[in-house]
Design a protein around this ligand. Structure first.
Ligand SMILES: [Fe+2]
Length: 189
């Protein structure tokens, strides 16, 4: 199942950074799933891996109208490929507020927070001379959260919303950091 999903990532995503981002969100979602819904953690990981599948087809960064399609288009691609299930589709749609999907289930809320924290942790790693995830500490993550000019694009409210699921932010930071450190070779960090 995962092998097939990796094939789809490589088929539809061409940007190196988006492919790495997909693996990072997969790792964080897998860890969150193991904690919150262990019986469904494979689906959690797949939702993370596939959540940005349409990103190289949409120019939603420059064209705000297209941001309404981000997520919706991914479901179309997955259905055409005969891959996934409604549980995964709903989470993928819910990670993007702009398409009007409400975050209802636990996985919806988790992916909304997991998406931005991967880029945020990457940005923190890149500050260190060795640019390695092994140099990052939980403390540096919680500190950088308050420096709003640092990685300004990383949505603090979205990351902090993990607390709605009963996970304190520092714990989420640690879980995410460890998940990303576990695939540091793939991430090149
Ligand atoms: Fe993403």
């Amino acid at each position: 199942m995962r092998e097939q999903a990796v094939g789809l990532v490589n088929k539809y995503l061409k940007s190196e950074h988006l492919i790495k981002h997909s693996y990072a969100v997969e790792a964080v979602m897998k860890a969150l799933g193991n904690k919150l819904e262990p019986e469904k953690s494979d689906d959690w990981a797949l939702a993370g891996l596939l959540h940005d599948l349409d990103s190289d087809m949409l120019d939603y960064k420059n064209n705000p109208e297209e941001s309404k399609l981000h997520g919706i288009k991914t479901i179309e691609l997955l259905k055409n490929e005969g891959f996934g299930n409604d549980y995964i589709y709903q989470a993928i749609k819910a990670h993007n507020e702009d398409n009007g999907t409400k975050r209802i289930s636990t996985i919806d809320k988790a992916i909304y927070a997991a998406d931005p924290i991967t880029g945020f942790i990457t940005a923190i790693a890149l500050v260190y001379p060795d640019k390695k995830l092994s140099s990052v500490k939980v403390k540096s993550i919680t500190k950088r959260m308050k420096e709003l000019k640092f990685a300004a694009g990383a949505n603090r409210d979205a990351m902090r919303s993990i607390e709605e699921l009963g996970i304190p932010f520092a714990e989420f930071a640690q879980l995410s950091l460890e998940a990303m450190q576990g695939i540091s070779d793939e991430l090149g960090l």
